[in-house]
Design a protein around this ligand. Structure first.
Ligand SMILES: CC(C)(COP(=O)(O)OP(=O)(O)OC[C@H]1O[C@@H](n2cnc3c(N)ncnc32)[C@H](O)[C@@H]1OP(=O)(O)O)[C@@H](O)C(=O)NCCC(=O)NCCS
Length: 190
């Protein structure tokens, strides 16, 4: 599994990609990567807004040679519960993975996978206990994501059930949770 370079202290990185935390000097290139991958600037703008307003957040880049070729961001989500155990006094903390982007000319070479794997490690390190995302299960199931609706957790409406997924970073942390997962308000502008 790839590790963040500075954490690993060695190049324990998936093949040709180095994964590291985003730096301020990366912001303009990250905007370009997000815009190129999605073919619009909504996700790139979302990243800028989440950097300003979401706390905490995890923002990682994939580097190939001297160039940044991928980016992923994780920000906090909450669960508006429809039922739960009454005894959990300390609210667990959860993240949403979005947006994930790799430049079109670098796709299908492993950068996206390296970003997801390193990102999940970083989320666990800072104490997030589960991660949610909306995406294609054919891609994300390889990292251990499962359909959230099968665990009673949903996003916005049942129309999203086929793509809304979750992974527990702490075993069984979501076993008592049922309800609606809410992302940062910046996502409503997307
Ligand atoms: C999705 C994305 C981040 C994947 O990154 P990547 O570096 O291209 O992917 P990887 O090299 O890690 O993995 C390649 C595999 O993923 C598959 N894959 C890539 N994008 C996929 C998608 N949207 N749905 C399903 N499978 C996908 C490839 O077919 C390939 O499959 P294989 O391993 O069975 O051959 C990248 O393609 C991208 O930026 N796409 C445009 C933006 C986007 O859709 N972001 C995700 C929104 S949830």
């Amino acid at each position: 599994m790839p590790r963040l370079e500075e954490d690993a202290g060695r190049s324990d990185i998936l093949d040709q990609f180095k994964i590291r935390r985003e730096q301020v000097s990366d912001h303009a290139r990250v905007y370009e990567i997000q815009k190129a991958a999605f073919g619009q600037d909504g996700e790139a703008h979302l990243v800028n807004t989440l950097r300003e307003r979401a706390r905490p957040f995890v923002s990682l880049v994939a580097v190939k040679g001297d160039d940044l070729v991928g980016h992923v961001l994780f920000s906090p989500v909450t669960i508006e519960e429809t039922s739960s155990s009454e005894n959990s006094k300390e609210a667990p903390t959860f993240a949403g993975l979005a947006p994930l982007a790799v430049t079109p000319e670098t796709q299908s070479m492993g950068a996206g996978s390296a970003l997801v794997r390193a990102g999940l490690q970083e989320c666990a390190r800072i104490g997030w206990q589960a991660v949610f995302l909306l995406g294609d299960p054919a891609y994300y199931s390889r990292f251990g994501f499962e359909l959230a609706a099968e665990h009673g957790l949903r996003y916005e409406s049942e129309a999203f059930d086929a793509g809304f997924q979750m992974i527990e970073l702490v075993p069984d942390v979501l076993s008592e949770c049922r309800g609606w997962v809410r992302y940062h308000e910046a996502f409503s502008d997307l």
